[in-house]
Design a protein around this ligand. Structure first.
Ligand code: DAH
Length: 336
């Protein structure tokens, strides 16, 4: 079989001979030698396919040196979930710490908190940021006339849903999806139409907790949260529970901490809301599920909501909540 170029040459010569004037000759030139002419196209194709071969050889060569079945390489100095210290992974030198970046201080705070609760047997639960009013309010014993539902305080969508104003929504979703006993935490963002200042942001972060079982008492709630605060702020941390009011708990308690290890040393700081789950909340869940799984005569529970931005500000001594969202590397590098 002829080489394709021989065929092209014969065709070209024939057409050059046959050209009747200068214009026809130019057209033939373009057809065979122009940018998208036959010879260029033929050359392009072969060069492209050869380039492809080179590239894939290079890639498989590089891949053969990497064992993709090995676990990922963690960053040194970060002790997240089962991360491997970089130094321990055979001197892999592809990155410097600076290029990798680091976890945001709020993420670090969340991960530390989640680890403490997991050690106490809490499972992770989740729910949507865009929520319906029933999960955000009604189910939590906040009827339509409750002031927290005011449009001025909350971001509503045109279809009636809203950005959740707290992560307490997830305690309802967790109870809808599983019968008691139940022990969950739900980390996530919450939203409010607050005036933004050094301590208020339209988006902030919470960890909601819920424990439902037989004979759960205020003592269980206090023990769990005292342990959490001491793990976080140090063993000398003092924890105080002050009576308060929340619609979805009875009794309700606000939690304050004081720790010499902190910059704010001698000051009591409010860090969480909590309480014993109100029987009306169990009844709402039962009504929605069409059963009596959360029979308030049989089960009791405690719930709490921790303000993560607040906790991180205390722990890392951060003066202004807006710093979390400004993406200023001079701020973020301090937590690398
Ligand atoms: N949802 C409350 C808030 O955002 C915090 C809270 C208070 C959560 C008491 C709870 C609780 O689970 O029992 O202010």
């Amino acid at each position: 079989m002829n080489h394709p170029l021989e065929q092209l040459r014969d065709d070209a010569l024939r057409e050059i001979e046959a050209a009747s004037d200068e214009q026809a000759l130019e057209a033939t030139r373009i057809k065979y030698l122009g940018k998208s002419g036959s010879i260029s196209a033929w050359g392009e194709q072969t060069i492209e396919s050869r380039t492809g071969q080179f590239r894939s050889q290079k890639e498989s060569g590089a891949l053969s040196e990497i064992d993709v079945t090995l676990p990922g390489i963690g960053r040194s100095g970060y002790s997240g979930y089962g991360g491997y210290a970089r130094s321990g992974a055979g001197g892999y030198s592809g990155y410097s710490a600076k290029e990798i970046g680091s976890l945001h201080p709020l993420t670090q705070m969340l991960e530390r908190s989640i680890q403490i609760f997991r050690r106490m047997g809490f499972a992770l639960a989740d729910g949507p940021d865009v929520e319906d009013e029933w999960h955000c309010f009604d189910a939590l014993n906040m009827p339509p006339e409750h002031p927290a539902r005011n449009e001025q305080d909350t971001f509503y969508l045109s279809d009636g849903r809203l950005l959740r104003t707290h992560t307490s929504t997830v305690q309802i979703r967790a109870m809808e999806s599983a019968p008691p006993p139940l022990r969950v935490i739900a980390p996530g963002a919450a939203y409010r139409r607050d005036e933004i200042d050094a301590t208020h942001s339209a988006q902030f972060h919470q960890i909601e907790g819920l424990y439902v079982d037989k004979n759960v008492s205020v003592a269980d709630l206090k023990g769990t949260l005292e342990f959490f605060m001491r793990e976080l702020f140090g063993p000398d941390t003092e924890v105080q529970f002050r009576l308060h009011y929340f619609p979805f708990t009875e009794p309700s308690l606000e939690i304050y901490v004081k720790s010499k290890a902190l910059k704010k040393g001698e000051q009591w700081i409010e860090v969480a809301g909590s309480g014993m789950v109100h029987p009306a909340v169990f009844e709402e869940v039962n009504k929605a599920s069409g059963d009596n799984a959360y029979d308030p005569e049989k089960w009791t529970g405690y719930a709490f909501g921790l303000g993560m931005d607040r906790l991180a500000m205390i722990l890392f001594d951060i003066p202004d909540i807006r710093l979390f969202a400004q993406n200023d590397l001079r701020f973020l590098r301090q937590f690398a």
